[in-house]
Design a protein around this ligand. Sequence first.
Ligand SMILES: NC(=O)c1ccc[n+]([C@@H]2O[C@H](COP(=O)([O-])OP(=O)(O)OC[C@H]3O[C@@H](n4cnc5c(N)ncnc54)[C@H](O)[C@@H]3O)[C@@H](O)[C@H]2O)c1
Ligand SMILES: O=C(O)C(=O)C[C@]1(C(=O)O)C=C[C@@H](O)C=C1
Length: 364
Amino acid sequence: MKIAVIGVGLIGGSLALCFKGKPGITVTGFAHQPQLIEDMLSRGVVDAATLSLEEAVLDADFIFVSVPVGKIEHYMEELSCLPLKPGCIVSDVGSTKASIAAFAAQLDWKGVYFIGGHPMAGSERAGVAAATALLFENAYYVLTPSEETPEEVYNSLATLLEHTRAQVVRVEPSAHDDIVGAISHLPHIIAVALVNQVRGLNEQNPLYQLLAAGGFRDITRIASSDPVVWRDILLSNRDVLLNLLKEWDEQITGFTRILEDRDGLAIEQAFAGAGAFRSELPERRKGMITQLYDLYMDVPDTPGIIGRIATELGSRGINLSNMQIIESREDVPGILRLSFRNEDMMEKAKAQLESMNYNVSVVK
Ligand SMILES: NC(=O)c1ccc[n+]([C@@H]2O[C@H](COP(=O)([O-])OP(=O)(O)OC[C@H]3O[C@@H](n4cnc5c(N)ncnc54)[C@H](O)[C@@H]3O)[C@@H](O)[C@H]2O)c1
Ligand SMILES: O=C(O)C(=O)C[C@]1(C(=O)O)C=C[C@@H](O)C=C1
């Protein structure tokens, strides 16, 4: 089976890594610039790489268009004009789906199929250097088949995507855009606006930047996202976002009124309501859907400490599912979150770490 990836950056590269090396699969990457070819090959992200779109997709069974949203339709059109293998399935990974689905519907695909896609996982980083085979693990992966898509074609793509270890979910394109507008695109706008507000204040007084700690970092990580990728996403979901921004204005006006009125009860209610809803999110970290059992521990800032902890647990057969350093405190020992698939593993890890004199806590 041949898989072609058009645009091997964070998402395309991560998909390529999920497929590469699996029995019977070869992955070919297409790039529009020679240095990108070097990069994807030297990192071992693809089996072959080419600057020729025609060569990349020749005899491909699946094609993933993984370029910024503003370039996806261009490649869809090009692909629909090429002699693709009959039955080939073309998909994309764009963060918006309505305009892409509408564009796909008016192309003549001539014996091949298009199904829009969007993995609900990512990061603020961009480029193939940030790609990882683990990116989609336990995340949702949206597919937006049309009414004409044969069920077996949908199933074939969904089966291939099992290599990502994401959970495929079928969503109607415009409902998708409404939802991701609120849970992904608006948060990116808010993060950028907030950072730029503080950036302005910092020009008068550099203490702003110096004192910015956990709260600011937590809410603004995504403000470091790729400018071109996000320009395209926001312009593509413009109408949804204009409505959401109106509602956002109302939220902020509401807070202004509460403060003007010194209404402490309303502040408590706003935080309590938000906290209750947030604690019901499927998991506390992006994209995660399965129940994980988490331990938290303070770790001293010494070289090799993370490796030592992982090795200790590994050598006792304790399987770590995830590990995250929570960058919410500066100049104090970091907080490490260790996640396990079941309670038994977590309890064993806790006992082991406590025997090593670490202070470990379970947060339910
Ligand atoms: N970043 C995320 O968190 C995230 C998550 C899910 C989906 N997406 C979507 O995935 C797609 C790719 O985003 P990314 O985050 O991987 O960005 P990226 O910048 O890491 O990757 C984009 C890739 O496309 C290539 N590219 C750019 N212009 C091109 C052109 N004209 N022709 C050919 N290749 C071109 C770049 O060289 C790069 O390899 C976007 O459509 C984005 O909306 C992003
Ligand atoms: O975690 C991040 O940094 C992301 O921005 C990932 C994120 C999101 O907003 O959740 C961003 C864009 C996508 O299309 C899907 C996921």
